[in-house]
Design a protein around this ligand. Structure first.
Ligand code: IFM
Length: 524
C-alpha cells in the first residue's frame, strides 16, 4: 500500500468538488463495524477485547504461508511502471529504489530455505508481466524473456522440492510500461486502457500454459481498490493521475471485467495436471477493512461508514460471485444498468482472497461520491497501538472482515496480513492476536478459511514508504552482497504455531506488550 498520509491529502482536495447526488443514496444493508461503540462513548473504535477461550486449533490441511510481490523484492524490473515511478525521489520516501532491495531472484535457495525453516507450507509471490515480456514487441510476438521464465521455473522447482504450495499473483501493482505511460497521466492508462481487456487475458493464457503444471492457485490482481485509489485519485501509484473519482470508478468497472476474462483464460489454459490432479483455482487478493464513523454521534459519518463498507469490501465480490452488478453503487439493483446473476461475471472466483490490515475512519464532512465521506486509515485519533505505517493495530477487525465473507459460501484464503515493525518489537504479538481472531472466525463464525499468508516473508520495498517499514518475518541486510536474512522474533512463533496447529491464550500473553513504533514518513 502506498504511503497513507500522502494518499489521503489529494482526497481531501477532491472531496468537496467531487461530491455527487449519490452521497444521499439509500444506505445499503450493511452495518459499519459490528463493534461500534455508542455515541456517548466518544470514539467509534473499540479497544481490543480478545475473543474468548484458552486455546484455538487450526484445521488439518490449513496452509501457513508467507507472501511477497516481485516489484517489492526483485531487481531490474526496468520496464514496470512502478520502477519508473520510483525513479522520481518525490514519489518514494528517502528516494529509495526497488533495485536496492533483496534481489530475490538471485537468492531463491536462501528464500525457500527461510520458508522451510519456519515450517511454511505455502508461498504467494508474483510472476512479473514486465519481466516476462519487457516490450510491446516481445508481447505481440510472444517472445518471452528466457531468463525470466528460467528464474520463475527455478523458484517453482525449489518450492516443489520443499513441498511448499505456490500461489501466483499475475498483477501486484506493477504494470508493463507499454500499458501505463507515466509521462501521460491524463491519458487512459493501465486498467482504463481498452487493450487491457484482451492483453491481460492473453498474458494469463500464456502463463497458464507455461506454469500450469507447477501452479494451481492463481491470484489475478492484488488489492484493486488500493491500486485504483492510488493511480487515479491519490497520486500514490503510477500514473499518478490528477484526482478524479469518476475515473477511478470507471477503471474499477473495467478491472472487474478484466478479472473475469483472466479467470476464464486461466481455466482454459491451466487444466487438470498430472502432478496434483487439480485444475486452476483462481481469485483475487482483495484488501478489506473495517470502516467506522469518525464521529459516532454524527449520522452522516455513520451512514458514510456503512456505504464505504459496501463499496470497498463487498461490491467486487458481489459481482464476481453472484454476478450482481450494482452500476450506480447504491446498494440496490434497481438502476438502469444494474443487473443480478450476470452470467459473464457470476462464478468468476473459486475462493475468496482477502488481505487484512486494520480499521478506517470515515468523515462525512468531506464527502466522496457514492460513499458520502472521506476514509482515512493512518494517524487515527484512537488509543490503539500503531505500526510503522502509522496504522492502528486492530485484531478484532480481522474477525469482523472475515465474518462478512460467509455469505459467499466459498473457501477463503487470507492472502495477506502483517505489520510494519522495523524494531521487531510488535510483530510476535500482532501475529498471535491476528491468528487468534482468525481461528475464532473459523470455529465460531463458520468462515471456511483454508490458509493464511503472512505479509511478508522478507523485508521489502514498501511502495511510497520505501524500505523504512519492515514487514518481513525475516530481516534483510540490504547492504550485504548476500542480502543476508535474519529471522525476527515472530519467525519462531510462526514456526511453533504452524507446527502445533494450535495457539493458546497464554502464548499470546507471553508476547511483549506493544511499544511505540518508528513511524515511517511517506514521500515528500
Ligand atoms: O506491501 C503491501 C502489499 O504490496 C499489498 N498489501 C499491503 C502491503 C503492506 O502495505
Amino acid at each position: 500500500m502506498p504511503s497513507a498520509p500522502r494518499v489521503l491529502v489529494p482526497l481531501l482536495l477532491l472531496a468537496t468538488a467531487a461530491c455527487s447526488s449519490k452521497s444521499d443514496a439509500t444506505a445499503p444493508a450493511v452495518d459499519a463495524g459490528t463493534d461500534t461503540a455508542s455515541c456517548d462513548q466518544g470514539s467509534s473504535v473499540p479497544a481490543y477485547v480478545r475473543s474468548a477461550g484458552a486455546e484455538v486449533t487450526f484445521p488439518s490441511g490449513f496452509l501457513f504461508g508467507t507472501a511477497t510481490a516481485g516489484m517489492q523484492i526483485e531487481k531490474g524490473l526496468v520496464h514496470a511502471d512502478w520502477y519508473q515511478w520510483a525513479a522520481d525521489p518525490k514519489h518514494v520516501a528517502n528516494g529509495d529504489k526497488p533495485d536496492d532491495g533483496p534481489d530475490a531472484l538471485a537468492h531463491i535457495p536462501e528464500h525457500v530455505k527461510a520458508m522451510q525453516d519456519v515450517g511454511a507450507s505455502s508461498y504467494r509471490f508474483s510472476i512479473e508481466w514486465s519481466r516476462i515480456y519487457p516490450t510491446l514487441d516481445s508481447f505481440t510476438s510472444d517472445t518471452p524473456d528466457a531468463s525470466a521464465l528460467a528464474s520463475y521455473h527455478q523458484l517453482l522447482t525449489a518450492l516443489k522440492a520443499a513441498k511448499i504450495r505456490p500461489f501466483v499473483t499475475l498483477h501486484h501493482f506493477a504494470t508493463p510500461d507499454y500499458l501505463d505511460d507515466i509521462t501521460k497521466p491524463r491519458d487512459a492508462q493501465s486498467f482504463e486502457r481498452p487493450e487491457m481487456m484482451t492483453m491481460f487475458p492473453l498474458f494469463a493464457t500464456r502463463m497458464g500454459k507455461e506454469f500450469g503444471a507447477e501452479v494451481d492457485d492463481w491470484v489475478t490482481i492484488n488489492e484493486p481498490m488500493i491500486l485504483l485509489l492510488g493511480a487515479y485519485v491519490a497520486q500514490g501509484h503510477p500514473p499518478g493521475a490528477p484526482a478524479d473519482f469518476k475515473r477511478m470508478v470507471a477503471a474499477l468497472k473495467q478491472l472487474v471485467r478484466v478479472h473475469a476474462a483472466v479467470y476464464d483464460a486461466l481455466h482454459a489454459a491451466d487444466t487438470v495436471d498430472a502432478g496434483t490432479g487439480h485444475a486452476a483455482s483462481v481469485s483475487l487478493a482483495k484488501h478489506n477493512r473495517v470502516f467506522y464513523p469518525r464521529n459516532p454521534c454524527e449520522p452522516g459519518d455513520v451512514d458514510a461508514a456503512a456505504k464505504t463498507t459496501y463499496l470497498w469490501n463487498e461490491w467486487i465480490y458481489n459481482a464476481l460471485v453472484f454476478g450482481d452488478w450494482d452500476d450506480d453503487f447504491d446498494g440496490k439493483y434497481t438502476g438502469a444498468n444494474d443487473r443480478q446473476g450476470d452470467p459473464t461475471l457470476k462464478g468468476r472466483v473459486d475462493w475468496i482472497g482477502v488481505n487484512y490490515y486494520g480499521n478506517t475512519l470515515v468523515d462525512s464532512a468531506l464527502p466522496l461520491p457514492y460513499v458520502g465521506g472521506l476514509p482515512t486509515y493512518n494517524d487515527l485519533p484512537t488509543s490503539l497501538p500503531k505500526t510503522d505505517m502509522d496504522w492502528d493495530v486492530f485484531p478484532q477487525g480481522f474477525r469482523t472482515v472475515l465474518k462478512e465473507l460467509v455469505k459467499y459460501k466459498l473457501p477463503v484464503y487470507v492472502t495477506e496480513n502483517g505489520v510494519g515493525d522495523s524494531q521487531d518489537v510488535n510483530k510476535s504479538r500482532y501475529l498471535a492476536e491476528h491468528l487468534w481472531e482468525m481461528a475464532h472466525a473459523i470455529s465460531e463464525d463458520g468462515v471456511d478459511i483454508r490458509g493464511y499468508f503472512y505479509w511478508s516473508l522478507i523485508d521489502n520495498f514498501e511502495w511510497g514508504n520505501g524500505f523504512c517499514p519492515r514487514f518481513g518475518l525475516y530481516k534483510v541486510d540490504r547492504a550485504s552482497a548476500a542480502k543476508t536474512l535474519t529471522p525476527t522474533k515472530a519467525a519462531a512463533l510462526f514456526k511453533q504455531i504452524a507446527a502445533d496447529r494450535k495457539l493458546s491464550a497464554s502464548t499470546i500473553d507471553a508476547q511483549p506488550a506493544y511499544s511505540s513504533p518508528v513511524i515511517c514518513q511517506g514521500p515528500s
